[in-house]
Design a protein around this ligand. Sequence first.
Ligand code: FNR
Length: 374
Amino acid sequence: SHVPGECVSATSEDQARKVLPKAVYDSTAPAPTSTHSARHVDAFNSLVLCTVVSLPRVLRNVSSVDTSLTVLGQRLSMPVCVASTAMQRMAHADGELATARACRAAGTAMMLSSWATSSIEEVSEAGGGGSGVLWMQLYIYKDRELSLSLVRRAEQAGYQAIFLTVDTPYLGRRWDDVRNRFKLPSHLSMSNFSAPSLSFSEGSYGADSGLAVYVSKAIDPSLSWDDVLWLKRNTHLPVILKGILSAEDARQAVDCGVDGILVSNHGARQLDGVPATLDVLCEVVQAVAGRCDVFLDGGVRRGTDVLKALALGAKAVFIGRPVLWGLACQGEEGVVELLNLFKDELRLAMALAGCRSLSEVSTALVRRRDDFSR
Ligand code: FNR
């Protein structure tokens, strides 16, 4: 379990590395050419919290601090939600079901991957059949009816939003997965599909990363803005675009009527050399100008990271890998512990920054380190 004084997930990452098969641990690592991409985690360390600003931030009676908020119409205990990560049963036998139970216990939302190793319906049941908050992550398949059937199933099972991943027309080149010829262990499959060609359970994928082969066969690289409009027309649920990094795309997304934008570089697993999400958040927030919610994921590892992202304009953040590490170490209990650590750390960070509620978190809280040296 957690060592006091350590970053929320540093110890669980080490433990996860020990308990997981190498190919599984490798498949969660930053990827393309890791060293550059590892920077996305470091971005948080280049911002220092600045509590010395024009308005009093001390002596503000922080005896009670409220971390709760409403996101996409749902009441959450904190602005930290779980990002979609595929195939969670590789990390722990209970996989997505454990994550759903943990999110419900911690009062936060879970985004379920299209590529989950538990079905939309099973996860809904584990999440309390409507009492937990579930959002569906969508990949658009070449077969549009298939994509739409995922949306219909999510609607029927009580999911409350669709996060459309827009940064994966092809899979990024993940060298570890190529070397490991990554595929699912034979007892697992992507549970939302029955045909082996769609459930990622074909016998062989040749000498490549199996997932890269799967994506090139099944996922539609012709995805365009027309598909965003198509999705909006075909569901009553809020649609959020996951994987926006530029102000131009953010503006276009708003013009398409999306309900939110998740600034994400897919955990630095798609195009190598992209900026850290924290470094482009401000541009996106400015471009959106309040017309929809902006979220962030990538490298969020501590309560103070959450506060920094919120101060720069994110409505809430998502965490990916730390959840897998929690799962790998202790299943549901590990994820509950992780989420509660985030909540405790955020509450303390807010209190020390003089914020009693999230509405008091503003850009005045953060300065770039460079700004101090001038
Ligand atoms: C992901 N991510 C992802 N995104 C998505 O839209 N659908 C998916 O199925 C997956 N699967 C997936 C698997 C693994 C192992 C990882 C590490 C990531 C990306 C994920 O939703 C999120 O954007 C990042 O993981 C956030 O960064 P951190 O918190 O992992 O640094």
